[in-house]
Design a protein around this ligand. Structure first.
Ligand SMILES: Nc1ncnc2c1ncn2[C@@H]1O[C@H](COP(=O)(O)OP(=O)(O)O)[C@@H](O)[C@H]1O
Ligand SMILES: [Mg+2]
Length: 445
């Protein structure tokens, strides 16, 4: 029995293209995932013995979107699905493997694999390094065309690299490799507009940022930056004399990275980050020593707020991280309020500068380079738009430290915020002005 699979005009363009790397998408509901599974089927039929890989970021997403679409479009008589291996095996010897790359290291599962076509569905959910690694898995001496075929919407952790790779120059040729961008919109997908005429209207009623992202596929409006209020021109200031300011520190400790920030607060509650320690591979005692070494004795540090897991007992020694740091000379440690979304909201409030008012939180120029590098790189999480994406992991340490510091400040409690715990030192800022301190600029950095 001959079965016809109908496709939209845009899906046909995606299927027919012979570009080396293609990106299909823009808006939601344009028929992207269907295009991937239908195209994979056509390729499997026309290239007997071929190998393809279809990727989603997480396993549940794969199970919810790609697997059911394959079951819907792949004729039973053509091949079968081996669910334990997530592989469609066709009678002509072709394979379509379904996979996911949740963590950055998941790419190593494909270390020795070779594919003719690799398909990323929702490419903006992946990181650039995952994409580049998988590009190296595109090989084989069978003479079949080798292509990277991806789909996705604006936003997400991969927004910036996808925009640069495909959108900014839609038909680029680089070192002989051809790139192509095929924009798609809901209106291009007659299957959806006919089955659910209200869908486009629902998208048009979303808040502006989401509407421009999902309905209009606007790559410029939405760059996915979490702290959209961060602007170097406003938030970065030339170092000045901090004598009289109250000082404290915030710390995100990890063997992979220790991120410690030095804060100064004036009588109005305006805050400045004037120093950072950003170093990997430090043990707890080494981190404690480095932090104290970098703090001149005249700087009266009221407290150092750190992630609460530092108070968990370590298996090796039986002591907590906080105890080990205390023994190494770092006193005044207090556990942070580590509620992520609450802390991120507080940070946005501190960075906001509506109507020409100055932000409450600013950074000394040249004194905290890693913090000001990482802050604008943070992206919205795809799972919870109020949260930040956890990847790339490297850029999260300094902002975590900043969040702990921000939450250690007294503030009008938001609705639903738990009362300050007994762990806090009350108002750590109620202290006399720090006078007589030398004010050499170099001491700040
Ligand atoms: N070629 C097609 N044949 C039949 N239905 C299709 C086709 N393309 C898309 N659709 C329908 O449109 C809906 C949205 O398509 P999908 O590929 O999931 O969009 P996207 O991945 O862009 O959000 C699907 O659930 C499917 O019902
Ligand atoms: Mg989809």
């Amino acid at each position: 029995m001959k079965r016809e699979i109908e496709v939209t005009e845009k899906q046909a363009a995606f299927i027919k293209t012979d570009a080396d790397e293609v990106f299909f998408g823009g808006a939601a509901g344009g028929g992207k995932s269907c295009a991937q599974v239908i195209d994979a089927l056509f390729f499997a039929y026309s290239h007997a013995g071929s190998r393809q890989l279809v990727l989603r970021r997480t396993f549940p997403e794969l199970e919810r979107s790609i697997v059911p679409l394959c079951r819907r479009f792949y004729p039973k008589e053509a091949g079968k699905y081996i669910s334990s291996k997530h592989v469609w095996r066709f009678k002509n010897g072709s394979l379509i493997e379904l996979g996911y790359l949740e963590a950055e290291e998941d790419v190593t599962r494909y270390q020795s694999a070779e594919y003719d076509v690799i398909r990323f569905d929702e490419l903006t959910h992946f990181t650039e390094s995952q994409y580049l690694y998988m590009l190296s898995r595109l090989r084989g001496a069978n003479g079949f065309p080798k292509q990277m075929k991806s789909t996705g919407n604006p936003g997400g952790v991969g927004h910036a690299f996808v925009k640069k790779r495909f959108i900014d120059d839609p038909d680029a040729v680089v070192n002989g490799r051809r790139f192509q961008f095929i924009p798609s919109f809901v209106r291009d997908n007659r299957f959806l507009t006919e089955a659910d005429p209200g869908y486009e209207k629902r998208l048009s009623e979303l808040p502006e940022k989401e509407r421009r992202r999902l309905l209009e596929g606007d790559w410029n409006f939405f760059d996915g930056a979490y702290f959209s209020e961060f602007s170097p021109a406003v938030h970065i200031v030339k170092p000045f004399d901090l004598s009289g300011y109250t000082r404290f520190r915030s710390l995100d400790y990890g063997l992979d990275m220790t991120a410690c920030l030095w804060w100064a607060v004036d009588a109005k509650g305006d805050m400045y980050i004037y120093r950072e320690l950003y170093e990997s591979g430090l043990t707890l005692s080494q981190a404690a020593e480095r932090i104290t070494e970098r703090t001149p004795p005249f700087e009266d540090i009221v407290y150092t707020v750190a992630s609460p897991d530092l108070w968990n007992r370590r298996q090796e020694s039986g002591f907590s991280g906080a105890e080990i740091m205390y023994s190494a000379g770092l006193t005044g440690l207090i556990p942070a309020d580590s509620g992520r979304v609450r802390g991120l909201r507080r940070l946005r409030e501190l960075l906001r500068c509506d109507g020409g008012t100055s932000p409450k939180l600013r950074f000394f120029e040249g004194c905290c380079p890693n913090l000001v590098r990482c802050l604008p790189l943070l992206r919205h999480s795809d799972r919870d738009p109020e949260d930040v994406a956890g990847e790339p992991h490297e850029i999260t340490h300094a902002p975590e430290s900043l969040r702990y510091g921000a939450m250690s400040r007294p503030s009008v409690p938001e609705k639903g915020t738990p009362a300050p715990s007994e762990r806090s030192f009350g108002d750590p800022f109620a202290k006399d002005a720090d006078d007589g301190a030398p004010s050499y600029q170099y001491l700040y950095c």
